[in-house]
Design a binder for this molecule. Sequence first.
Ligand code: ASP
Ligand code: MG
Length: 805
Amino acid sequence: MKIIKFGGKSLSNGTGIKAVISIIENKIINKEKFAVVVSARGNATDDLETILELARQGKDYKSQWQAFKDYQLQPAQSIDFSEEFQLLEKIFEGVQLLEEVSLKVKDLVLAQGELLSSKLVSQLLINNGQKAQSIDSRSIFITDDQFGNAHVLEDVSKENCTKVFDEIEKDNLAILTGFIARSEQDSTTTLGRNGSNYSAALFANFLNAEELQNYTHVDGIYTANPDLVADAKILDQISFQEANELASFGASILHAKTIIPLIEKNISLRILNTFNKNSKGTLICKNGQKKGVKSISVKSGVSLINLEGKGLLGKIGIDARIFNTLGRENINIGVISQGSSERGIGFVVDSNDAENAVKSLLKEFAFDISNKDVSNITTIKNVSVVSIVGQNLQGFSKSYQSLVKNNIDILLINNNISGNNISLLIEEHQVNKAVNIIHSQIFGVAKNINIAIFGKGTVGGSLISQILKSQEQILKRKETRLNIFAVAGSKKLLIQSNGIDQDWETKFEESLNTTESVKEVIAYAESHHLENLIAIDNTASSDFINSYPHLIENGFDLVSSNKIANTVDFEFYQSLRKTLKLHRKEYLYETNVGAGLPLIDTIKLLHDSGENITRIKGVFSGSLSYIFNAFSDSDEDFSAIVKQAMEKGFTEPDPREDLCGNDVARKLLILARELDLQNELEEVQIRNLIPENLRGGQVDSFLQRIEELDQPFKSLKEAQEEDHVLRYVGDLHGDLQQNKGELDVSLVSVPKNSALGQLSGSNSIFEIYTESYGELPIIIQGAGAGAAVTARGVFGDLLRIAEKR
Ligand code: ASP
Ligand code: MG
């Protein structure tokens, strides 16, 4: 036979009770052999408790009492509940008068919830023409007299059970009350809150049932609480042992005691959903499905207590004193952790007990404190225990790294002896995020990368469309979800937690004005528990770089196409790297030099692998590449070529920004610093191509006089050796093993058939000379400018970081 148990929510008015009756009737039609165990309906137990408490305080409880009665009668007005109602009424009146109530009386009151429930269910079945009979389990379960949490005496109870079942009229379906029992002295007792599950397990044991079906309001046991983790999945099958671990760590659908009577007789337990016929639920049986992690559970509302002191080292009996002290106060200790040096002991207690625990420990250790053997007894409140059931320490390393990278502080870590359960202590405000990170690491579901993009100009805009276009493919290929949750312009900020989509530009225009984008983005990420954060700087702003440290401290990795952070003073450069190291964050900026060309990455790799880079030389600027390639090849005036470059969009709006050489100097400096050289921008020798008298003033007035450049450049061109061309190059040389290198930005004449000389269009070229490669440099060449290739480079950096998360 089977035992079918229905919980309070399943039995609630409306869809619940209707579904219960139809589930039972279907089983009757299918000729299944079973007995039913019911909880009190809806919130009956809580409601009775509330009314009783009102009465005890001498307060008016009439309206709550009336509502309770109405609720109980609602599914079948004709039913006779006068016995239960009268009893309750009498008790409430008495309690109100005395303003006092015993646990014994309370049990009698709460028991009525289950009695009303079994009476109603059997009556509804009878009304439908079925044969059913409600059975008061007080005629079966005998307990001690620990009211509120009585202990069942199994042998007598089992005998009673057999007797009662023998006497049930043939073909009658038994509707048994859960939760309630009777003491040896004949008083009503209860088996603890949620005790109906335990009653059902005992019935299954006594009656040698082959299965216990527990009908709840959830689909089964999940890999994690679906309210916390969107990707949580139902577990088909888990073992008793795992269920037990889950029960003790917050999976409230299983009473810890429930499993034992089932294991004893190898009876499987199926968790089913009353409200979802299609769900197959979770089967809990002797053997779980496969080895490995099954579920992540969270227990909130606990506090960590820490006892520290030098004098604890090697001292015997400290632990015993802690346990004894707390034992005397009836305080239960959860997870415990102790350093091998024994300088500190940390353990978890229920938050309600924390204050009392510290108080009694301070008293117990008063002498040791005055002796300075114990230096401190501290509490961290509002922490949660996150347990990963079925996880061993080895398998945990990936999750651990991911938690650390996401700035989750793990206060304490503990694995049980069997090695299949790990518990972490985490502050409550980080729990949501932590559970999601662990879940995605363990179950291999797609990881979320949460991206905030600052700057939506040409590069920023291209990047957004590139990401939106490849999102789906990356999700499939790399199981990584690129979620752009924020886009910030100079005055506006668009935030969308599920990520922006194609119509983001319209939404951006409609978004609110703000001057505090960074602050808002950080606050949003924090309050929405977003993990794997990356901030992208596509601005050209020198102010924005001051937000970098703030972003890093708040859990963001950085990707930047903005060069400024790498070219301001070396002090900033260094302190930024310190902050990054401290917070284990990354900062990638491949596009700072040569746009999307894999230059910085290559240099870093060579340098980090110990290869001596002896010189880096090349044409670093796309606009100046174009200007000198074209000028060398044609007979046109220099000014005409510059104007062409402007028209093609190769230069800045004011071409002097290119021609002055500062941009090339910055790029050169960035490369130098990559080699650990400590140069400053002022130390770069720059050949400024603008004569001094044309450097000031507006663009327009410069352009009116730009022909003044023609003669000098013509002379330069003509003064070259045969088959030579002009190139504007950056050159890092000198002894690069020292603290500083020599950085020159100059206009040079090179043979036309050399690598530099053969450059065409607006391409960039970089020659990297190293010790092992000798005279033959590694050459990296290609489009070194333009919004699309720059965006592509930024995208590459983004993926590089995402991969590591
Ligand atoms: N009605 C009791 C409670 O709510 C027992 C149960 O539902 O399992 O705690
Ligand atoms: Mg319940």
